[in-house]
Design a protein around this ligand. Structure first.
Ligand code: FES
Length: 117
């Protein structure tokens, strides 16, 4: 089981600016690479969600997948579904959750919380 959104320790997060809020309109996605993290940020009906852009099954480009339901993205490689809210692996062939990251808007910028050692 991978780290889960809810398992990230708020005391050990560093929020990093990834874009201006206006650069990610409703229905769009943003791909960012920060240190070792490859992340896709979704704007779904005005709410922002950030997950790893790497499928836990076989490293598929998860951020290129279709949104199957409001919060469910499918991996374009073999079709596993993940919940964008918490990284939960919802269907085979993925059995491991992926990392989800907290997102916030501060001073007009989108910030993603990354775990710091
Ligand atoms: S790589 Fe994503 S389902 Fe196989």
């Amino acid at each position: 089981m991978g780290l889960n959104y809810n398992e990230l320790d708020a005391e050990k997060l560093e929020f990093v600016v990834v874009a201006a809020a206006g650069d990610l309109p409703n229905g769009e996605r943003l791909f960012v690479e920060i240190d070792e993290f490859r992340i896709v940020v979704f704007n779904i009906a005005g709410k922002l969600f950030a997950i790893e852009d790497i499928c836990s099954h076989d490293n598929g480009p998860l951020g290129d997948g279709e949104l199957e339901t409001e919060f469910e993205v499918s991996c374009p490689r073999h079709g596993a579904h993940f919940d964008v809210r918490n990284g939960y692996a919802m269907s085979m062939p993925a059995v491991e959750d992926i990392q989800a990251f907290p997102v916030r808007i501060e001073d007009g910028n989108i910030e993603v919380g990354l775990p710091i050692d």
